[in-house]
Design a binder for this molecule. Sequence first.
Ligand SMILES: [Zn+2]
Length: 529
Amino acid sequence: MRLKLLHRCRPWALALGLAVLLPAAAQPVAATPNLPALGDASALSLAQERRLGDEIARTLFRSPDYLDDPLLHDYLQAIWQPLLQAAQRRGEVSPELAERFAWELLLSRDRSVNAFALPGGYLGLHLGLLAISTSADEIAAVLAHELAHVSQRHIARLFERRQQQAPWVIGAMILGALAANASRNADVASAAVMGGQAVALQGQLNFSRDMEREADRVGLGIATEAGFDGQGFITLFDKLQAAARLNDGGAFPYLRTHPMTAERSADMQARLHELAPLRQSQSPIPAPVHALMAARARVLSETGSDRLQALAATLRPAAGAPATPALGRTLTPEELGQLYAATLAAARLREPALALLGLRQLQAHEPTDPATQEQLRWLNLELLLLLPPQALPPAQQQALSDLLAAALQSERRAALLLAAQASLQHGAERQRLAIARLQARTSLHPGDALAWQTLAGLHLAQQQPVRAARAEAEARLAQLDAPGALERLRAARQLGQGAAAVDHIEQSIIDARLRHVEERVREQALPIR
Ligand SMILES: [Zn+2]
């Protein structure tokens, strides 16, 4: 299942996302009207569900649409982690479930509006959803809803209800659908989508209502407990309904034929009314920061240069539009977002003068909240990364160099990763510092694939191919690709033994990792029972 497959069903619906992958022969069973009786989750053990999730996640990590953007990653974690903690405080996520599942967000470049839960605690989110959202509360609503699907074991219940297939058969079917899409073979992929739609349409009315309602109810509790405004559910539902009206037969075929969003919206209005005295008034994420990140999602989901040109055009005087708001007054979050999108689009188009113009306008706005200031510093850094150093005027070069030095010392993942990538163009001394900082990070977070990958690039720049190959192996392992990791580790060992001066410490690390990874390869090859 390439992520795109899912948006054809309905926005952020777990049930359909998964139903797409169930066999066409499985007949839907009539829904039980009582909320507590949604089915028996014992059909799939926690370990089985996690294995299934790992299989799917491994394939999604390899998809060209998979995106680890350090800034969006940090932003989403600032929403996701409080939700996860709130779910644990409320007892929705038991200590065992917290321990056994992955609880990992996978971001896709896809422009369609979608989010979904996968087996084993993996969640998928499309840039398109982030791009249309107008507050962090809306993103919190989406993620809390999906989190509730996971915590309520809806996937296991769905399996129990739909058929009696062994988990490994389901795993094979999911992987088959994934492979069909990953191959980008148009015929196979569209056949999978067509088949999936048929199954989804067949099953949707029966199984999704109760589960959706439960996910809304539980999700609202989690989101408000985490400090987000429950109104995010309402405003997002309104958007989805509007999109359904506008996209007649387009990206929302499910919503077009289905009145559930109106029901869900009314349902949530009633619940919010009850919650009113308890509601938080202040979102944990400042509105300008959300506006910048939604703008970022808009730019990163664009692939065509014509669309990027259109976004950057607001910075061009020739456009004739009142693009640059008068300085000396506070910009609205929306204006900030537009300016940010134009600046980032110009940078992606490799137009340094235009990008720097946008950056100067953003900086002239002098935001007062520290979180927005920090985002602008990161954008500044990013321009350094995207533009060749010689393209920058000397004053900018010095400013950016200082920024780079500060970011390399930052505790923020996004700042460190951007600075480490930028240091590839900024001399051996910076690179050595970046390597030391990344080594510290990966020892604390061995699952950070992008940190490992960045480390590999720096080791190569430093003429250390053995260490580069080992870091690449760790990056693959972090994305659950044990065979790929094994292959890189074997290459690292060979390179090391052929080196003029054999590094015995590095060799013994590689040997230990080889044994570990060989075990992982064997585990991954076992069928899910
Ligand atoms: Zn749902």
